[in-house]
Structures are given as structure tokens and as C-alpha cells.
Write a protein of this length. Structure first.
Length: 587
């Protein structure tokens, strides 16, 4: 049970801390919840508006691009005829390679003049003879030859109708290829295939859409053109999903919108990077979080002040109860907040006042009880001593006559006068020594000179106060129980000296002594024989009186061994003012 209480104390958490954490947790949870809700709603709304706006832009761009591409293709037919390509292919013996290459160069120059950036041109006639104009690099010619050879996998292809096909190939991502069957407008015969290699940046001249990046897919989902920044993403998206018209699709960090380009059977797709879309919103959220952080700091200080104000009275109560437990003096609580805790403080102040009165009453009653007990203990000594002395005088009267009896009675009279005179608890040490000298003189007289004594006392301790009759019972026990059986050379020694703030009184004899274990029992109140033994009663009487007056740190100690006498040491605090009401409690 004690371990459980200790564990509870180790996990103790103050009400102030709990209240503070409650306020801060509430503020943080509300803030995070509101921010998350706003962010989610605002983000969804922004994405929907962006997607809708992109769709509108792409529809407009698709219409314009369709018209521009159609006009370009029609113009290409006119330019081909204007440059004499059809007429050259129409003659029975065909033109020489030099003449045809020249016409192709003229066509490239004309097309460049109308902002169609042509790199090179390859022409294959109906007899599979190739004509080339452009770079002299063999790999360029061979690549274009391969593209033209594979352009008509089967009959009935749209190219046979004279339509222009726009192609993009993975081994040459920087260029676009325009493939067109040369259908003679007069004979309507297929005279060959024309392949134009143009710069893919041509499509940049057809649109301006800063909000998103553009990609054009053909009817098979292959990118015909796309902006450089999204080339990898556009190719990956075509593999990931079927490219179709859509209002808005999220994929790989992009918001994608797509619309058809009807005449070309293309899909015009717009790629918006979500990071860019949300950049402004993230900036707004970041500033909002900074502002809310300052609000949280202000909330912390506010919560600290409120919790301190609300728990001040409780903390004051806790402090006062702690002082009560440690025995410190308690003053009234000066409470702050005027709430339910103020009533607790008022009740505590009333309880503290009642407790002080109760302690004062208990202290007074305790002092009176100790004074009565001390008086009872002192009263026990008078008949005890008187009985022993009368027994001695009786024995002396039987052995001797007249003068000795007169002397004994005179000493007894003096002793009785000192014993019963006055109501004080203490007497001066010098008077106590004189009393014991008279007692020892009487005992020496009674014993016929068999008992001798010696008293040694420091010169500067005579004015010290000691309990009345503190030495006589010890001396009496030394005579009766110590040297009583010695027929001669019996010696009683008394040594009195001061050691710092302690007065030490030692009574020794050269009697029969006893074992140390038996000597220790003399002061044991739990011993069942204590109240039956007058020897023990006298020593315990002194022990009890000393502790009533001065506290538990003072009293008697006995040292003895069989055949070597006994030494009784009495310790009391050295003081030159008499103890009156309260005991002197040692520090």
C-alpha cells in the first residue's frame, strides 16, 4: 500500500498543469481542425475551379488549333503545287534528282517563310525513288526513309485520301514529321509520299497558355507533341490510362484536363502541376500558421495567467498543509480569487485558529500533568528516605546511648528540613552537595566509621541548578546495595564537572557491583519487577524527573561489573536559571 502511495506521488500532476494543458490542447485541436477543414475545402474548390478553367481554355485552344492546322495543311497543298512538285512528278520521264532536290529546297524556303520551320524534306515517288533536301547527314536521310516506308501499313489508310499525318517518334523527340500522300489534283493519282521534318516548337506558335503545359495525343494515344517540361509525364500518362476527354484527372502530381481536336482526331491535354496550383494556397497557409503560432503563444501566456489565478488558492492550501506536516508555524492564507476555493481558504484559516488553541490547551495540560507527576515522584522520596533513616537511628540506639543519638537526630532534622521545604523543582548544586555531605556524615556515624566518602566538584559549577534530591537516592543505593556488605574500607566517591553545555555528576562505590546486563535492567521500565524493587524505584524516580524537566536526551547511565563496584553517571543541561513551568527540551 505504501508503494502504491509513493507511485501516486511520483506521478503527481498539479491542477494548474492540467488546466493549462486542457486550454492549450483545446486551442490546438480547434486550430488544427479548422485549418484542416479550410485547407481541404479550399483545395478542393481551387482544383475544381482550375480544372474548369483549364477545360474552357483547352476547348477554345482546340478550336483555334484545329482551324490553324487545317489552314496550314491547305496552304501546304498550294505551296507544293506552286513549287512545281506535282508537275515534276507528272512528266513521263520524271525529273532528274538535281531538279527535284531544287524544287524541294524551294518548298522548304517557302514553308519557312510562312513560319513552318522545316529542317529537311524527303520525297518518295510512285516508283520508290527518293529525293532529299536538307542536312547532308546520312542518319537523317535514313531515318526519314524508314518513317516513309512504314507510313502505309495497309491499304485504305487515311493518308491515301491526301490528309496530312503529324507524327512524333521516340528516337527523335526534338522533331515533328508531317507525312502526306501527293495526290495529283488534276489526275487524282497517287504520285508519291512527302515527309517534312519540322521543329517541334512550331506548336508554340499556335497557343499561349501560361497556366498549364500542353500535350497533343493522336488517336492511338501516342504523343504528337508536348512541352519539354512534361514529356516524361505525358508519355507515362498515355501508358497509365486511356487518353480521352475528361474534365479533370489527378495523376502523378498533375491535374490533367483533355478535349478533342475533331478534324485531326487528336486529344489536346493540359497538365497543371498541383504544386504550382497550390503554391499560392500553401503560401497563404504558411502565413496563416505563422499567425496562429503567435496566437498560440499568446494563448499560452493567457492560459498560464488564468490557471495561476484559478489555482493560486489551492496551491496556497497545499503549501500550508505541507508546513503542517513538517511542524512549522502556520499563518493565515491571503486568498486571491473570490470563488469556491476562497471558502476553502476561509475554512482553513478557521481550522488553523482552532488548532492553535487546541495545541495551547494541550501544552498547558501537559505541563500541569508533568508538574503533578514530578510532585508525586518527589513525594515518594520523603517517606522512603524517612523510613530508612529511622531504621538506622533505631539500630544506633540499640548499639549506643545518648550523645550519638543526639547527633544523629540533629543530622536527620537538617535533612528533613531540606527535603520538605519549598515547592521548587530545582535547587542550586552547591546546596545539593551540602545536603549530601550531611547525609554521608550521618551514614558514616551510623556505620561506626566503616564508610568513608570523598566529593570533588569544579569551582565554577556551584551556581548551576539541578533537580532537588538528584544525588541522595544514588548515594543511598551505593551505601545499601553497594558497600553495605563491606566490613571496612567502604568508599563513596562523588565527582561533579561541566563538559560544554552539559553538567555531569558521577557517584561511584567500591562495593560488590553486578553484571552489566543486570545493571542495564535497573533502568528498564518494562521489567515486571520494577515496581517491587525499592532499589530500582529510586533510580527510575531520578531518571523520570530528569526527563520531565530536560527531555529524553538526559538521564542516568550505569556501569558495573561483579566485584568491581558501580559507577552511576547523571547528565543534565548546565543552566543557571531555575526551570519553572515548561521542560527544557534539548536541541
Amino acid at each position: 500500500m505504501q508503494n502504491v502511495n509513493m507511485n501516486k506521488q511520483n506521478h503527481f500532476s498539479s491542477i494548474k498543469s492540467k488546466f493549462f494543458l486542457c486550454i492549450i490542447s483545446f486551442v490546438v485541436i480547434i486550430t488544427i481542425s479548422v485549418d484542416a477543414g479550410i485547407y481541404k475545402v479550399y483545395r478542393k474548390d481551387l482544383e475544381e475551379k482550375t480544372s474548369k478553367s483549364n477545360n474552357e481554355i483547352l476547348h477554345l485552344l482546340s478550336t483555334n488549333m484545329d482551324a490553324s492546322i487545317e489552314a496550314l495543311e491547305q496552304n501546304l497543298v498550294y505551296k507544293i503545287e506552286a513549287c512545281g512538285i506535282y508537275s515534276a512528278l507528272r512528266v513521263p520521264d520524271r525529273q532528274t534528282t538535281f531538279v527535284m532536290n531544287k524544287k524541294l529546297r524551294n518548298l522548304a524556303a517557302v514553308l519557312n517563310a510562312v513560319n513552318l520551320p522545316v529542317y529537311s524534306i524527303l520525297l518518295k515517288n510512285s516508283e520508290n525513288i527518293y529525293y532529299y533536301s536538307g542536312r547532308t547527314r546520312a542518319d537523317d536521310f535514313l531515318r526519314m526513309q524508314t518513317y516513309v516506308a512504314n507510313a502505309f501499313p495497309e491499304a485504305g489508310n487515311d493518308l491515301y485520301t491526301g490528309m496530312v499525318q503529324w507524327k512524333s517518334f521516340s528516337d527523335d523527340v526534338s522533331s515533328l514529321y508531317l507525312l502526306k500522300q501527293l495526290i495529283d489534283p488534276q489526275t487524282l493519282q497517287n504520285e508519291g509520299t512527302l515527309c517534312l521534318r519540322i521543329n517541334r516548337s512550331f506548336f508554340k506558335t499556335l497557343y499561349t497558355v501560361p497556366e498549364c503545359k500542353i500535350c497533343i495525343y493522336d488517336d492511338s494515344g501516342t504523343p504528337v507533341y508536348c512541352d519539354d517540361e512534361i514529356y516524361t509525364a505525358a508519355a507515362g500518362y498515355a501508358r497509365h490510362a486511356s487518353v480521352k476527354q475528361t474534365a479533370g484527372t489527378e495523376w502523378n502530381g498533375y491535374l490533367i484536363s483533355a478535349v478533342p481536336v475533331p478534324r485531326k482526331k487528336w486529344i489536346l491535354a493540359g497538365f497543371n502541376a498541383k504544386a504550382q496550383i497550390l503554391a499560392n494556397m500553401n503560401y497563404l497557409v504558411r502565413n496563416l500558421l505563422i499567425f496562429e503560432s503567435f496566437l498560440c503563444i499568446i494563448a499560452c501566456f493567457t492560459a498560464e495567467g488564468i490557471s495561476r489565478s484559478m489555482t493560486y488558492n489551492i496551491a496556497a492550501l497545499k503549501e500550508k498543509f505541507t508546513k503542517i506536516g513538517s511542524g512549522e508555524e502556520i499563518t493565515d492564507i491571503q486568498y486571491h480569487s473570490n470563488d469556491e476555493t476562497a471558502c476553502l481558504c476561509e475554512n482553513f484559516n478557521q481550522m488553523n485558529a482552532m488548532l492553535k488553541k487546541t495545541i495551547e490547551a494541550m501544552t498547558y495540560n501537559s505541563i500541569q500533568k508533568e508538574k503533578a507527576e514530578y510532585a508525586a515522584l518527589l513525594a515518594q522520596l520523603n517517606p522512603h528516605f524517612l523510613y530508612n533513616t529511622l531504621d538506622s537511628i533505631k539500630a544506633l540506639a540499640e548499639l549506643h546511648n545518648q550523645s550519638d543519638i543526639t547527633s544523629s537526630i540533629q543530622c536527620l532534622s537538617n535533612l528533613l528540613r531540606i527535603t520538605v521545604s519549598g515547592k521548587s523543582q530545582e535547587t542550586k548544586l552547591a546546596e545539593e552537595v551540602v545536603y549530601n555531605q550531611q547525609y554521608l556524615d550521618l551514614q558514616k556515624l551510623i556505620s561506626g566509621g566503616r564508610i568513608d566518602w570523598n566529593i570533588f566538584m569544579d569551582d565554577d559549577v556551584g551556581n548551576c541548578f539541578v533537580p532537588k534530591l538528584v544525588l541522595q537516592p544514588v548515594v543511598e543505593n551505593a551505601i545499601i546495595h553497594g558497600v553495605g556488605e563491606l566490613l571496612e574500607n567502604a568508599m563513596i566517591g562523588i565527582v561533579i564537572y561541566r563538559k560544554n553545555a552539559v553538567l555531569i555528576l558521577q557517584v561511584s562505590d567500591n562495593g560488590i557491583g553486578m553484571e552489566q546486563s543486570a545493571a542495564d535492567r535497573l533502568l528498564d521500565e518494562q521489567d515486571s519487577d520494577f515496581r517491587k524493587d525499592r532499589f530500582r524505584m529510586g533510580l527510575r524516580n531520578i531518571q523520570r524527573r530528569i526527563r520531565i524537566l530536560y527531555g529524553e536526551d538526559y538521564g542516568l547511565k550505569i556501569a558495573s561489573s561483579a566485584g568491581n563496584g558501580m559507577v552511576v553517571t547523571i547528565t543534565i543541561p548546565y543552566h543557571e536559571q531555575e526551570v519553572t513551568d515548561a521542560p527544557i527540551i534539548s536541541g
